[in-house]
Design a protein. Structure first.
Length: 270
């Protein structure tokens, strides 16, 4: 029985809709780039008009991506989040380890080592202290909450460094997907916190010159958090902070699954 107000779609519209879906599905990676680009556009508008630029668009996009991934996983009953939806299957490749690691390496190649030396010894010390301190704190909290094996402690500790170092380290040492997801969540919280807190404390910590920005980027490490926080403080400082933050990511990905993991194994056994 058809209700009086029911409107049937013309067969031509249905055929066109199915054809568009087929095109998007068969070109999954291109669709994924278009979807992420649209998401970034919306999140940047939200950042500009609703937060006054104090929360960077990339942080909002990461949070939105996690929510969409959860919705996709629940709707399909799958394990790959939004990539389980046929229309967005290309996100599985785009967000996979191959392109992620390629992006990290490409970013590192774009940095001039000579510029880092301008920060002097302070910049180098900031890098190592900035990695070791959050790693140790994150690992200690993980241990306190019952994660006592070296792989879990290392993965969560690396996530406390950044949400990139966490999954890279976890993947390298054989961590489960749940642990990797937890490390990303921890890193995301850190990134958003740095964005919000930086403008509030910039004056009190004399974050008003390139040298201070270089050290700050090395201490905090989360590139999106540092860039967003410095952009809200003084846009002229962003390149300096982002530079050492980029080195932080590369150094963290190097130390996490190697030196830091071996140290944790020596302390916990296994």
């Amino acid at each position: 029985m058809r209700w009086p107000w029911t409107i049937s779609k013309p067969s031509g519209v249905i055929a066109m809709h199915e054809r568009l879906v087929d095109v998007f599905t068969s070109n999954g990676l291109i669709t994924a780039f278009a979807a992420v680009g649209l998401l970034m556009l919306v999140c940047n508008l939200v950042s500009k008009h609703l937060t006054g630029g104090r929360i960077h668009g990339s942080a909002i996009a990461i949070a939105a991506g996690l929510v969409l991934s959860y919705i996709g996983g629940v709707a399909t009953g799958g394990e790959d989040g939004l990539a389980d939806v046929a229309l967005f299957s290309g996100l599985g490749l785009m967000g996979g380890s191959m392109l992620r690691d390629f992006a990290i390496v490409a970013t590192a190649f774009g940095v001039d080592v000579e510029e880092l030396r301008k920060a002097g010894l302070n910049g180098v010390v900031a890098l190592f202290v900035g990695i070791i301190m959050p790693f140790a704190l994150g690992g200690a909290i993980a241990y306190a909450f019952g994660y006592t094996d070296p792989v879990s402690v290392t993965t969560i500790g690396a996530g406390a460094a950044t949400y990139i170092v966490g999954p890279v380290t976890g993947s390298a040492i054989g961590a489960s997907s749940d642990l990797i997801a937890l490390s990303i969540a921890i890193g995301l919280v850190k990134s958003i916190s740095v964005m919000i807190i930086t403008p509030a404390v910039a004056r009190s910590i004399s974050l008003n010159n390139p040298s201070a920005a270089l050290v700050f980027g090395g201490m905090m490490g989360t590139t999106s958090g540092v860039a967003g926080g410095l952009a809200a403080t003084d846009a002229r400082l962003v390149p300096y902070g982002a530079m050492t933050a980029t080195f932080y990511t590369g150094l963290g990905c190097l130390l996490g699954p190697s030196v830091l993991y071996l140290v944790v194994r020596a302390l916990l056994g296994g």
